[in-house]
Design a protein around this ligand. Structure first.
Ligand code: C2O
Ligand code: CU
Length: 541
């Protein structure tokens, strides 16, 4: 295995999109940021040099960081931010991850522009469990506000309602032909007839699950979240923020120009309803159409199109690709995911009935501590967090009904963690709720682990009826899973990674509202079952 030395210089950089200029945070001046390409089991030694005016942290989404939470990145969970003018040396050790993952800022809303793809190749070149592609192409779906994202965040915090909607979605940093001033920079994928392309897709959008489709072509999904999948064919993709999807497509149509397009899936609230496009352009001698064919995307509110897509995911689960789903569960957890409201002093907040919106897990709204949880845990600093995060909702209720008990209108604030014993086998059921009258899908992401998605359904989880139907044969291995609207999802994982690990909804507005909690996995007894010490330039608080 090889060590890749890299430097990420974070700076404020002028960028122009949608006929307007602003300064954005970038890595090495690039937006989207640099693609990192490594091989299974390699190490990335990266110096993050903050030369911007804002604080920053960098998270390696989907990388397990075995025994080394120090490099994980979430602000006030594992580290204090890297202050302007300072550096932090992160060491990222890859273990069994393969395929596409990504890195992104994990402080305030800076991940809007600070993100890039991380591609992990198999040890043996082209040793793929699917037909070998002729070319590999990263596609990052992003989101752009003409205003400064920190201004958007501050306005959002002040309003008590939802954030201002963005001005465009983007494919590889470009809004596409349908927007003024964009046409000449639209991302173009040049293809040759008969060739096969592996698209490595990242959803770096802040607040929406996205649909994506290439006009005239089917695609074959072969991986997600740094693990392979049993290949299946579809004419569209649904991808959650945080999620990655690897898919093949063959340039098997008449040589011409075709649009690929992406737009949001959203059932309630304000969202950007624009479609972003990029182009597939075949090589050859032909007259391209003045305006290429646009693909038909699922409707904005098509929950089935979003949920049913992911429901097709299956692990390979054969010979060289065994699965390891825990069959005996030592720790059972049921976490409700809620949007809540809180009284607004002068009743002029932007939420329902003039209240302030917030969010919770098991009715606890995460309160960011003054020093990072990892530091407090490692140095045994008392009073930073409590280790009593509830394993179950405060009391059972009809989670998805129109009526919500009054006790749940206002969640409690808390910096409460759930301790896990080393090698605990955990089953965690996420239960969506209709509190604040808005059942939504929540793309839940766990740091430090991948988990098997063993079951899901609409309505209330039933601990007698549902577990017998779990898929324990070939469940997909994910790190981000969209819990269906007014429904539930069950995951299983082994707590074999000692450290401090954040879990949260990957909608940025929901994490800002407090839909997050933290697991701490205790050290095991063996010499290789304990957390490693921090690096010397670790940004302590
Ligand atoms: Cu993709 Cu906590 O993050
Ligand atoms: Cu959410």
């Amino acid at each position: 295995a090889k060590t890749h030395h890299q430097t990420f210089v974070v700076s404020d950089t002028p960028y122009s999109r949608l006929c307007s200029n602003k300064s954005i945070l970038t890595v090495n001046g690039k937006f989207p940021g640099p693609t990192i390409r490594v091989t299974e089991g390699d190490t990335i030694a990266i110096v993050v040099a903050n030369r911007a005016k804002e604080n920053i942290t960098i998270h390696w989404h989907g990388v397990k960081q075995p025994r080394y939470p120090w490099s994980d990145g979430p602000e006030y969970i594992t580290q204090c931010p890297i202050r302007p003018g300072t550096n932090f040396s992160q060491k990222i050790v890859l273990s069994d991850e393969i395929g596409t993952m990504w890195w992104h800022a994990h402080s305030d809303w800076s991940r809007a522009t600070v993100h890039g793809a991380l591609i992990v190749y198999p040890r043996i070149k082209n040793d793929y469990p699917f037909p070998v592609p002729d070319e590999e192409v990263p596609i990052i779906i992003g989101e752009w506000w003409k205003s400064d994202v920190f201004a958007v965040l501050n306005e959002f915090l002040a309003s008590g309602g939802g954030p201002n909607i963005s001005d465009a979605y983007m494919i590889n940093g470009q809004p596409g032909d349908l927007f003024p001033c964009s046409k000449k920079d639209t991302f173009k994928l040049k293809v040759e007839q008969g060739k096969r392309y592996l698209i490595r897709m990242v959803n770096a959008v802040m607040n929406n699950i996205m649909f994506f489709r290439i006009a005239g072509h089917n695609v074959t999904i072969v991986g997600s979240d740094g693990a392979y999948l049993k290949p299946f064919t579809s004419n569209y993709i649904a991808i959650s923020p945080g999620q990655t999807i690897d898919f093949l497509f063959v340039a098997d149509q008449n040589p011409s120009h075709y649009y690929m397009a992406s737009r949001a899936y959203a059932v309630v609230g304000d969202f950007n309803s624009n479609t972003t496009t990029a182009r597939v352009e075949y090589a050859g001698n032909y007259t391209p159409p003045a305006s290429p064919e646009l693909p038909t995307l699922p409707n904005f509110t098509d929950t089935a199109a979003s949920v049913n897509f992911t429901a097709q995911f299956r692990s390979l689960a054969y010979e060289n690709h065994p699965i390891n789903v825990p069959l005996d569960v030592t720790t059972k957890l049921l976490f409700t995911l809620s949007i809540n409201t809180r009284n607004c002093p002068n009743s002029d907040c932007g939420g329902p009935d003039g209240n302030r919106l917030l969010a919770s897990v098991n009715n606890i709204t995460w309160q960011s501590p003054g020093i990072a949880i990892l530091q407090a845990y490692y140095q045994s600093v008392n009073g930073v967090f409590e280790d009593n995060f509830p394993s179950n909702p405060p009391f059972p209720f009809n989670y998805t009904a129109d009526f919500v008990p009054q006790d749940l209108w206002e969640p409690q604030n808390g910096t409460r963690v759930r301790m896990l014993d080393f090698n605990a086998t955990v089953e965690l059921v996420f239960q969506g709720t209709s509190t604040a009258r808005s059942p939504l899908d929540h793309p839940m992401h766990l740091h430090g682990h991948s988990f098997y998605v063993v079951g899901w359904g609409y309505g209330n989880f039933n601990s007698t009826r549902d577990p017998p139907n779990y898929n324990l044969i070939d469940p997909p291995l994910q790190n981000t899973i969209a819990v269906p609207r007014a429904g539930w999802t069950a995951i299983r994982f082994v707590a074999n990674n000692p450290g401090v690990w954040l879990m949260h909804c990957h909608f940025e507005r929901h994490i800002t509202w407090g839909m997050e909690m933290t697991f701490i996995t205790r050290n095991g007894k063996g010499p290789n079952d304990t957390m490693l010490p921090p690096p010397s330039d670790f940004p302590m608080c």
